[in-house]
Design a protein around this ligand. Structure first.
Ligand code: PDD
Length: 283
């Protein structure tokens, strides 16, 4: 059984309980971060903390949290659970008070919890075979730049994709690809790599940020620009980035193969470069 973290305590997972009045349960009033672990170390932890601060600030949470304390309990969780490779999931909710649409209470203590999940990320099956995605409408709210736990639409969309034989869904607004259900979307055309510009309609990925430099190291230019479904269909390669998938090839969109319908050479090189850099800077 896993040991998890809840509000300052380490507990067996079946003993960690939160109130039914937690704003997270009642209003999805909470934010989260997922940090990957390779060889027992945290990848890009500092940038995850910066984004956590931003998400909390955008929702008007009263105080930010101490990053050293968070680092400390992340490391403790890794140790207690003997985690070599996988993720640490962290969630911060606004806290507990009687159900009320108005957030009127002051000095509410946030609920903070975290747990580990084992996952093969470096040698994942999907990175070797590539994934197939289908397109769906993006029915999320228009503040996708905040990493909230309002994840019902992405979860339903991914489930629908699975039922239809795909691995994930790419969400679209007004003819443009926004992002995957829990990852950023990219395409490759000649020596250019395209990923959507950052604004309020997508999450600015921490992995994406790190991958930018890797792409440049490989002699590619990164262009932040919207792209359409026909542009994906005619791209040489496509891939996704996230903390849980690193760089993973996309080999098919709807019924159309991308490129040769196999993981592309650039994507493979980019993945290797990213993993090398990520491990080097892990803490
Ligand atoms: N998801 N876009 C969305 C909508 C996401 O949920 C995520 C991450 C990303 C990639 O961000 P990053 O590179 O910082 O992981 C983009 C995490 C992994 C999750 O929900 O499990």
């Amino acid at each position: 059984m896993r040991e998890v973290y809840l509000n300052g305590q380490f507990l067996p997972e079946d003993q960690a309980k939160v109130s039914i009045f937690d704003r997270s349960l009642l209003f999805a009033d909470s934010v989260y971060e997922v940090t990957s672990i390779v060889e027992g170390k945290l990848i890009d932890f500092k940038n995850h903390m910066k984004r956590l601060d931003r998400s909390m600030k955008e929702l008007g949470f009263e105080k930010s949290l101490n990053h050293d304390e968070i680092l400390n309990f992340h490391r403790q969780l890794i140790k207690l659970n003997n985690l070599n490779e996988g993720i640490v999931y962290l969630q911060v909710t606004r806290g507990v008070f009687d159900r009320d649409f108005t957030i009127s209470q002051k000095n509410i203590s946030p609920t903070v919890f975290a747990f580990t999940q084992e996952k093969k990320i470096v040698e994942s099956e999907s990175s070797k075979k590539g994934i197939k995605v289908m397109t769906v409408d993006d029915l999320r709210w228009k503040r996708c730049d905040i990493k909230t736990t309002q994840l019902l639409w992405p979860s339903l969309a991914k489930t629908e994709a699975f039922k239809k034989g795909f691995d994930d869904a790419w969400m679209m607004r007004e003819g443009y690809i926004m992002e995957g259900t829990s990852n950023n979307a990219w395409i490759v055309r000649s020596k250019n790599v395209f990923t959507r510009q950052s604004d309020q309609l997508i999450l600015s990925g921490i992995t994406r940020e790190a991958v930018l430099n890797c792409a440049k190291n490989l002699g590619y230019e990164v262009i932040f620009k919207n792209f359409t479904l026909p542009e994906v269909e005619s791209a040489a390669e496509a891939f996704i980035t996230s903390a849980t998938s690193f760089v993973t090839p996309v080999i098919q969109i709807n019924e159309k193969k991308i490129g040769e319908g196999e993981p592309g050479e650039f994507t493979k090189a980019l993945r290797a470069e990213y993993i090398k850099q990520a491990i080097k800077s892990s803490i």
